[in-house]
Design a protein around this ligand. Sequence first.
Ligand SMILES: NC(=O)c1ccc[n+]([C@@H]2O[C@H](COP(=O)([O-])OP(=O)(O)OC[C@H]3O[C@@H](n4cnc5c(N)ncnc54)[C@H](O)[C@@H]3O)[C@@H](O)[C@H]2O)c1
Length: 307
Amino acid sequence: MAQLEFNGQVVVVTGAGQGIGRAYARELARRGALVVVNDLGAAQDLADETLAELAAREIREAGGQAVSDGNTVATPEGGRAIVQRALDTWGRIDALICNAGIVRDVTFAKMPFEKLDAVLAVNLCAAFYVGQPAFQAMKAQETGGRILFTTSASGLFGNFGQSNYGAAKMGVVGLSRTLAIEGAKNNIKVNVVAPWASSRMTRGASDAAADLYTSAGDMLSPEKIAPLAVLLCHSSCPSTGQTYQAGAGMFSRVVTQLTHGYALKEGETAEDLLRNWDTVVSGPAREIANAQGVAPFFAERLGIKAF
Ligand SMILES: NC(=O)c1ccc[n+]([C@@H]2O[C@H](COP(=O)([O-])OP(=O)(O)OC[C@H]3O[C@@H](n4cnc5c(N)ncnc54)[C@H](O)[C@@H]3O)[C@@H](O)[C@H]2O)c1
């Protein structure tokens, strides 16, 4: 028996008809989870209604339990319906993985706002549309729950041509920080994964990136991300409010820190700040637990008791 088993646990995975979401759904089902496989089933240009059902059937044929759901994550009604599918079928929801995603790459200067709206709806607003009803249901349960959002290196670190996608993906990181705080007393843990895997999405990437995905082969298979999803969705999850970069079997926590910085002395000016710029941008740094931690940290650096 696997230590991280999910017997009787209900897990919803959005965008699970293929790629990384499908790998999550299969691995969770293999560990005993009852899985709602959501996918709109849209190929990049044309609709294919059967993606979610195909993935769910595959799980059932392997001896697992899964139902499919074809609602979009990109509307409040769709989000509610996806969570309702879990509640109607199995009466609860123990974990939600918001994995569905799309890209609509274009440089910032040339971006039509339709491409902004579409990318925000699926990659960011969906975290609210699916996340809120799931969060409410988890709050109403004694046991709480687990939520895993999906970000991207494009948001965390920046990528040419992906300002819409990067902004949306970074939005869920901000959401996760607050939701981890709001969910803490109900045992709802919220984390974020920045996956890196070969999929339909990356096959449409720029030439240089596409070459890398091809040469890396199985090293970058979606299955290589699944261990992190298992751990973060399990009742024993050791993490909340954190973001992890994952790919090729490598897992690394993404860290946001404040440098020790430089405090201008009385009478010092912008020129003094420039002279001490190295101290502002580099050197020792510290993680801050939440927004309330900034003031005490600055007070400490300024050598005062409090503000
Ligand atoms: N593959 C990578 O290297 C990589 C890197 C960074 C982030 N990501 C993110 O990981 C997630 C999974 O990506 P993937 O590579 O498996 O992509 P993919 O394109 O293979 O799978 C995404 C799935 O989401 C579904 N989807 C799209 N819009 C939807 C909607 N409105 N409602 C429901 N389902 C919808 C698609 O039909 C598709 O099956 C995405 O959020 C993506 O942005 C992937």
